[in-house]
Design a protein around this ligand. Structure first.
Ligand code: C5P
Length: 221
């Protein structure tokens, strides 16, 4: 078992930005588990599956092989042998991932892949159920959150910087809906593990959050 750092929290809390920085400083690889759920979502969208048709989703899982490779230190997601990393970040894919990740068979499909990576490498793994379910014995567990308003404003600024049209109220509604789905599903819901350290980044910048997490890691090493 490598040195494992689990970072869980809701959408838009800054997990991936922070996890990448922590991984670089700790000499670990960064494992983005959301990208795996998004990879399956690309498969479901390609087959025009309705996410509310649970049997169709389960059936479609059978011919989806999601795997991970690292190229220049960046995680790449492969679906049935094709690199689909460039397709993962759209709203459509995120929405499909959010809905289908509540289905136990979808979670089981990705569980071994996640555990194997943590067994074979030192990892910073981010997601929703890493500290509670995937790596209950992780060396460090962080629950990284921020207020809905802060998360929505960050997303709004990000989209505006890319020149995309967006509506702050709609982004807030989407974030609330995703939080609700993640926190209330029966299988592996998003919640802070009993032994996780809570970091609320609402009033912290990226450097402050990274330093706070590195200090927690230093205590455990
Ligand atoms: O983090 P990201 O937005 O990329 O994740 C996409 C979706 O996958 C989330 O909305 C969440 O519902 C789901 N997810 C999950 N468990 C994880 C990681 C992501 O259920 N460990």
């Amino acid at each position: 078992m490598g040195f494992n750092i689990a970072i869980d929290g809701p959408a838009g809390a800054g997990k991936s930005t922070i996890a990448k920085l922590v991984a670089a400083r700790q000499n670990c690889i960064y494992v983005d588990t959301g990208a795996m759920y998004r990879g399956l979502a690309v498969h479901f969208l390609g087959k025009q599956i309705d996410p509310s048709d649970i049997n169709a989703v389960i059936d479609a899982c059978r011919d989806a092989d999601v795997s991970i490779r690292y190229e220049d230190g960046m995680q790449q997601v492969y679906l049935n042998g094709t690199n689909i990393t460039g397709q993962l970040r759209s709203e459509e894919v995120g929405d499909m991932a959010s809905k289908t990740s509540a289905i136990p068979e979808v979670r089981t499909k990705l569980l071994e892949l996640q555990r194997t990576m943590a067994r074979e490498h030192d990892v910073v793994m981010d997601g929703r159920d890493i500290g509670t379910n995937i790596l209950p014995d992780a060396d460090v567990k962080i629950y990284l959150t921020a207020s809905v308003e802060t998360r929505a404003k960050r997303r709004f600024d990000e989209l505006q910087a890319k020149g995309q049209e967006c509506d702050l109220t709609k982004i807030q509604e989407d974030i609330r809906a995703r939080d609700h789905r993640d926190m209330t599903r029966e299988t592996a819901p998003l919640k802070q593990a009993d032994d996780a350290v809570l970091v609320d980044s609402s009033d912290m910048n990226i450097e402050e959050v990274t330093d706070a997490i590195l200090a927690i890691c230093a205590d455990k090493q």
